[in-house]
Write a protein that binds this ligand. Structure first.
Ligand code: AMP
Ligand code: MG
Length: 348
């Protein structure tokens, strides 16, 4: 996908990153490479960056975060009034055929492809159901006073769901009454693709590992030639990793888990990954799915889709898109694609 922001890379917003210069390293040819770390927020999540950079690491980190913020503000947010998704949602039911940016058109076509390949398990038109459950207000915690939606409310919200009901033709879009787009399942992955594109067009950052919540990009190489190590969170104890993935630069890793955002009512956990077939949190027997792909879009879309599909169909879907997948089921059993094994070192 074309990098929409590349021309404006250095015209960015100041995002106030908390940055810590941690070490000075030297590359073989004598140019000074510094390890630079920063922690910030964007897209409603924590952004952690480790950059191996020649020169001003702080400026790079700030610009990369600003790129993620612009993506959210100008395109992806269903909540911010200046975004393209907001405008498309606001026109639902009016019959208006809205002009789409080329970037958004391509993105929605790719979402449609994953939707079809997953038999509808991944569907970015389920905004009405996500808003009904109010998942964006959930933290990973018990929440007092939360009232579960009724069957009738869920059935009504589902009326507006289905990519097949979406009119997407020759550069325009029209949503039927009650439909609303929610790109929350792919936003972070798309952002990783944008960051990757920016990083590949400059020479100062030799290597990087950047995480946006549950989606992580490795890029380039470390000055010491070492590989990138990324932990797979244990969904039964999120303070621990159950495995370490040793990855080459250029890999996107996304995890969808029932521990990321949920509410508990009467001892039952309701999480944020919804099954478009039922309008309820998916009950596929899966606790978490981790996907590896060179594409951030695919890693993110497939982690959500595979969570909804469960182990068997999810493995087939990942293989169809030539991505690697690791599932942890409700009994703590691990299932993975054959190609995943070469990256994985269990921690116990
Ligand atoms: P992720 O954490 O990447 O699995 O994405 C979950 C987010 O995507 C939720 O917060 C919703 O906004 C949205 N979502 C939930 N279920 C689905 C689904 N089945 N298909 C597409 N988007 C979804
Ligand atoms: Mg996802």
């Amino acid at each position: 996908m074309k990098n929409f922001f590349q021309n404006r890379f250095f015209g960015g917003l100041f995002s106030g990153s908390l940055a810590v210069l941690t070490a000075l390293l030297f590359s073989g040819c004598g140019a000074r490479i510094q390890e630079f770390q920063s922690v910030d927020t964007a897209m409603g999540t924590v952004v952690r960056q480790t950059l191996y950079v020649e020169g001003a690491g702080e400026e790079f980190a700030r610009e990369l975060t600003a790129c993620v913020n612009r993506l959210e503000e100008e395109f992806l947010s269903w909540r911010l009034e200046d975004s393209e998704v907001f405008a498309v949602n606001a026109a639902a039911g009016t019959g208006e055929n809205r002009e789409l940016s080329g970037w958004m058109r391509e993105l929605l076509e790719r979402c449609r492809e994953v939707c079809e390949a997953s038999g509808g398990a991944f569907d970015v038109t389920l905004g009405s159901v996500a808003r009904l459950w109010d998942i964006d207000t959930w933290a990973a915690a018990e929440q007092s006073g939360y009232v579960l939606p009724s069957d009738a409310e869920i059935a009504a919200a589902l009326e507006g769901v289905g990519m097949d009901k979406l009119k997407l033709q020759s550069g325009t879009i029209s949503l039927p009454e009650g439909m609303s787009l929610d790109l929350g399942a792919v936003g972070k992955g798309i952002a990783l693709d944008e960051l990757k594109s920016i990083l590949s067009e400059q020479e100062e950052v030799a290597g990087a590992v950047i995480s946006l919540g549950g989606s992580i990009l490795t890029w380039g190489s470390k000055p010491d030639g070492g590989s990138w190590n990324v932990g797979v969170v244990d969904p039964f104890d999120v303070s621990n990793n159950l495995a370490i993935l040793t990855l080459p630069g250029g890999t996107c890793v996304s995890t969808s888990g029932d521990y990321e955002r949920y509410v508990e009512v009467d001892g039952v956990r309701y999480h944020h990954i919804l099954d478009p077939a039922t309008g309820r949190p998916a009950e596929s027997g899966v606790k978490s799915v981790t996907i590896l792909s060179e594409s951030g879009f695919l890693s993110d879309a497939l982690s959500t889709a595979c969570f909804v599909l469960g182990v068997e169909e999810g493995l087939a879907l990942a293989e169809y898109f030539q991505a690697e997948a690791l599932f942890v089921d409700g009994d703590g059993e691990i299932f993975m694609t054959e190609g995943m094994e070469r990256y994985l070192t269990p921690t116990t």
